[in-house]
Design a protein around this ligand. Structure first.
Ligand SMILES: Nc1ncnc2c1ncn2[C@@H]1O[C@H](COP(=O)(O)OP(=O)(O)OP(=O)(O)O)[C@@H](O)[C@H]1O
Ligand SMILES: [Mg+2]
Length: 244
């Protein structure tokens, strides 16, 4: 079966000299969850933005068997590539429901309403706050809203940039468990950027390790079930700072 996403020889430059991503290649299978791990500045967000079509790139990005490298973001969204940025970026002075509607801006009114009800069913924590201003949500609830807004677009590939950022471990667990359930129900594929290996293991099938803009290692989640193997990967690819 063709991979859902296939990235090859991807490079990202900011200005003439600053290369943030260098010759990166990887694939995300249909319905798979693939994680990208690396320290601050390793190039994780740059890769996500490249796949979403938010920054210019060199190399090729294929989605569902077609070359999408030159397509604008809105066309990639239409095909099912949806990016949930790090730091959430929800609109604080709009209500929870209005934020959701934003994620489905390209849908007809009825479809948008049906889908926002489905999303609210998935996240009961925010469902009973649907008419509240989004800034009044807790950090974890805001993350659920950001993911919910992404789901409104009807993604086939969800690009999640550090969904655990700034959340207590218990909340991260809840968000990840919810994502696992959504994935089982819908066959959604997920590309996940994280710094925390242990938490990422809860949901992903494979992991790529990124350092200085280059992919330096690859493991299946299965291979990292064993704690010694996990420690070995941390030492080899992430360094002591990411051992938590
Ligand atoms: N808009 C930009 N202009 C110039 N340089 C940038 C820009 N965005 C990122 N960079 C640089 O590109 C490199 C990779 O950044 P990127 O945001 O992709 O890293 P990251 O792995 O997502 O880091 P973090 O974990 O801190 O989010 C860094 O050296 C960063 O300083
Ligand atoms: Mg980042």
């Amino acid at each position: 079966m063709t991979d859902l996403l296939s990235v090859s020889g991807l490079s990202v430059f900011y200005g003439a000299k600053a290369q943030a991503v260098e010759d990166v290649s990887f694939a995300v299978g249909q319905g798979a969850v693939v994680a990208l791990l690396g320290a601050n500045g390793a190039g994780k967000t740059s890769i996500m933005k490249a796949v979403a079509g938010l920054i210019p790139v060199r190399g090729s990005i294929r989605f569902d068997g077609e070359d999408v490298t030159a397509l604008p973001t809105r066309e990639r969204v239409r095909r099912g590539i949806v990016y949930v940025p790090e730091g959430r970026e929800i609109v604080g002075n709009m209500t929870v429901r209005e934020n959701l509607v934003l994620g489905g801006y390209h849908l007809g009114g009825r479809e948008r309403r049906t889908r926002s009800e489905t999303v609210l069913d998935l996240f009961p924590e925010i469902a009973n706050k649907a008419d509240r201003a989004a800034w009044r949500l807790s950090g974890g609830e805001q993350q659920m809203l950001a993911i919910g807004r992404g789901l409104m677009a009807g993604p086939r590939l969800l690009l999640l940039d550090e969904p655990s950022l700034g959340l207590a471990p218990m909340l991260v667990r809840r968000v990840f468990d919810r994502l696992g359930a959504i994935r089982k129900e819908t066959g959604l594929a997920i590309m996940l950027v994280e710094q925390n290996l242990a938490m990422t293991m809860r949901i992903c099938d494979e992991l790529h390790f990124l350092r200085g803009g280059q992919l330096v290692g690859h493991r299946s989640a299965e291979a990292l079930r064993d704690s010694a193997a996990r420690q070995e990967a941390i030492d080899a690819y992430l360094g002591a700072a990411s051992a938590a």
